[in-house]
Design a protein around this ligand. Structure first.
Ligand code: KG4
Ligand code: ZN
Length: 347
């Protein structure tokens, strides 16, 4: 642990919104002292996706041991923590409730402030852990299993939702297409790997809502187009090059994300773009965004893969900034499965 004369604020973050039980300790919102992630992916894999009931049960088993381990690795006691933050939405209600109940109990027992964190704001804040020089304002592209949104981050506690998906999220499209191609859950990393050996121009898949003035996304048509392509090719007895399907599908998603993100950057007059959420780990997305940003003299930020997917360090980071801004919750904090970004002034 750091020894300096500067006042140090230690935040404990807890994340249980989906299929990762995670706890982390962060100092002054920027330095990760521990980030323990207990993934349930192998448990859900045989079902092809997350089973909410199983996720809740596993969170109950894991949450306290994971918190203990996070404190132990950070070499800190609960009494030395300054605030406890927990994801209270969006996510699976039963899964969220486990983290919220655990955080409330710990905050009550240790007489600590409790902070309710929006999971998507957490994803964006992962970038503050990865990039010490990063400061708002900036445009953020949040691409996860459940969400695809463009968010203008005005300052540490003010956000404007610029646009979001009308139907499937980008990660959801990756997972559904992967599933019909016989790849394991979660499919995003598998498509990413397969696509690296394929031709992104082999098949022309649709780019929905790709007009200049729209910041909305739609990926369900693309998903259906891939399914139709696979079915028709199979019926005609054609040989399907899965690498080309993966690369062409991925190119269609990435094209739309890159175009809209840079249009939003231009419209809001910022020169910083932040990438966040599980799909931010995608190789082609990072490469294409980096080259488009270079052309437009925009600084691109994205976290390391472990901070892209669900983790509690990002929640502990967000907790610090909410706590500094006085956005503290009380023990009535409840899970809000469809929580909107920026829609949580009370917490
Ligand atoms: O942010 P996250 O861990 O959980 C949610 O909040 O949803 O995102 C998980 C999503 C999954 O859909 C997964 O397939 C996708 O992120 N993902 C990727 C990659 N790594 C994870 N998608 C594309 N390429 C990747 N390398
Ligand atoms: Zn997430």
């Amino acid at each position: 642990m750091k020894k300096t004369t500067e006042k140090l604020y230690f935040t404990l973050g807890i994340e249980t919104s989906c299929d990762e039980t995670s706890a982390a300790v962060v100092v002054n919102g920027r330095e990760v002292l521990s980030n323990i992630i207990s993934s349930q992916i192998p448990l859900h894999q045989k079902f092809g996706g997350v089973v909410p009931e199983i996720a809740s049960r596993k969170h109950i088993e894991n949450v306290i041991p994971v918190v203990d381990e996070a404190l132990r690795q950070a070499n800190i006691t609960l009494k030395e923590i300054n605030a406890i933050g927990v994801t209270y939405g969006p996510g699976l209600v039963g899964a969220l409730l486990v983290g919220v109940a655990a955080a409330k109990a710990l905050a009550f027992a240790a007489e600590l402030p409790l902070v309710g964190v929006n999971h998507l704001e957490g994803h964006i804040f992962a970038n503050f852990l990865a990039h010490p020089e990063l400061e708002p304002p900036f445009m953020a592209l949040v691409v996860s299993g459940g969400h695809t949104s463009l968010v203008y981050v005005k300052n540490y506690n003010e956000f404007e939702l610029v646009g979001q998906t009308r139907d499937d999220a980008a990660g959801e499209a990756f997972d559904k297409v992967a599933r019909v191609m016989g790849l394991p859950y979660p499919g995003g990393p598998h498509i990413d790997r397969l696509a690296a050996a394929g031709n992104p121009e082999a098949i022309s898949f649709p780019r929905a809502l790709n007009d200049k003035n729209s910041f909305e996304f739609s990926f369900s048509g693309l998903k259906s187009a891939v399914l139709n392509y696979l079915n028709s090719a199979a019926q005609r007895g054609e040989v399907i090059r899965h690498e080309d399907v993966a690369a062409s599908f991925q190119a269609a998603i990435v094209d739309v994300l890159v175009t809209k993100a840079l249009q939003a950057v231009q419209q809001y007059g910022t020169n910083q773009l932040v990438l966040a959420g599980g799909v931010a780990a995608n190789g082609m997305l990072k490469t294409k965004l980096a080259s488009a940003c270079m052309d437009m003299e925009v600084q691109l930020y994205y976290p390391s893969p472990v901070l892209c997917t669900d983790n509690a360090a990002m929640i502990a980071c967000r907790t610090y900034y909410q706590y500094q801004g006085g956005k503290v919750a009380d023990l009535y904090l409840n899970a809000v499965p469809s929580l909107k970004i920026g829609g949580n002034d009370k917490n």
